[in-house]
Write a protein that binds this ligand. Structure first.
Ligand code: ATP
Ligand code: MG
Length: 257
């Protein structure tokens, strides 16, 4: 049985879809059979970012009970496979998210890694996407609003028995105002698996509908994603560092209760 990992954030725009695709390609290039599932059905970004827009059978058909998930798997770049969401919004209302869990389970029977790209927010679609996977990675930006929403995602993971394996801090600039890694680990209680830099090549690549890890393999973001893939697949994720006795004061400092 393969591993199913959902990338979740609470707050929108933290980089989930970008990380999902590039991590998927890194894992696939390292010889792991990998599929990315676009569970953000309202936005359907995965296919767009891969530059592939036509998909006769999508996750919507699977969630409506019209198709088996295996028939909704398409070939992406560098041996990556993906399950797209449909672009048309009128289908959105009819989907049954409860079917997502079965679909992910079925894929985990065939793949080493099933990466689930989650919708932002904590509405039903996002919650069901989190519940569909066995493991979760929080994708946040180094800012308080992102962290506060991340804590809500952590609460969902705990409640639903989804293992939060760690945090990706994306779009790090190194500015002194950014939240520090040790503070994050103390607050969230999970390790920061990878810090990924703010990198102008990421936005350029997404505008060109080409994954940055393929377009610019030596860009700082691409290097970081390959490191991330090694940690995720090698299981070498360190324990979080927890600062003792300062938990509530850190939360207060960030305006989180
Ligand atoms: N490390 C980075 N450096 C620079 N730009 C980035 C980085 N990561 C993501 N971006 C850009 O930020 C935007 C949002 O990224 P993305 O769509 O992956 O976020 P998301 O969390 O999936 O958003 P949503 O919550 O809406 O699904 C995109 O334009 C993307 O190119
Ligand atoms: Mg997204």
């Amino acid at each position: 049985m393969g591993r199913s990992i959902v990338l979740a954030s609470g707050k929108g725009g933290t980089g989930k879809t970008t990380v999902a695709i590039n991590l998927g390609i890194a894992l696939a290039s390292a010889g792991k059979k990998t599929v990315v599932v676009d569970a953000d059905v309202a936005m359907a970004n995965v296919g767009i970012l891969l530059g592939i827009e036509r998909a006769p059978i999508s996750l919507h058909n699977v969630l409506m009970g019209e198709a088996d998930v295996k028939d909704a798997v398409y070939e992406g770049p560098a041996k990556l496979r993906y399950v797209p969401a449909a672009l048309s919004l009128d289908k959105y209302a009819k989907v049954d998210f409860e079917r997502l869990r079965d679909a992910v389970k079925e894929l985990a029977g065939d793949y080493d890694f099933v990466i689930v790209d989650c919708a932002p927010g904590l509405a039903k679609d996002a919650r069901e996407a989190i519940k569909a996977a066995k493991e979760a990675i929080l994708v946040i930006n180094p800012e308080p609003a992102s962290l506060a929403d991340g804590l809500k995602v952590k609460a969902i993971c705990d409640r639903e028995d989804v293992k939060l394996i760690g945090v990706i801090v994306n779009a790090v600039t190194g500015d002194r105002s950014e939240i520090k890694k040790v503070d994050l680990e103390t607050i969230i209680g999970a390790p920061v698996i990878q810090e990924l830099p703010e990198d102008k090549e990421v936005r350029k690549a997404s505008a060109l509908q080409e994954p940055v890890i393929i377009r610019k393999p030596d860009a700082p973001f691409s290097r970081g994603v390959r490191e991330l893939a090694r940690k995720v697949s090698g299981g070498a994720i360190p324990e979080p560092r927890i600062k003792k006795g300062v938990f509530s004061s850190i939360l207060a400092a960030f305006g989180i209760k």
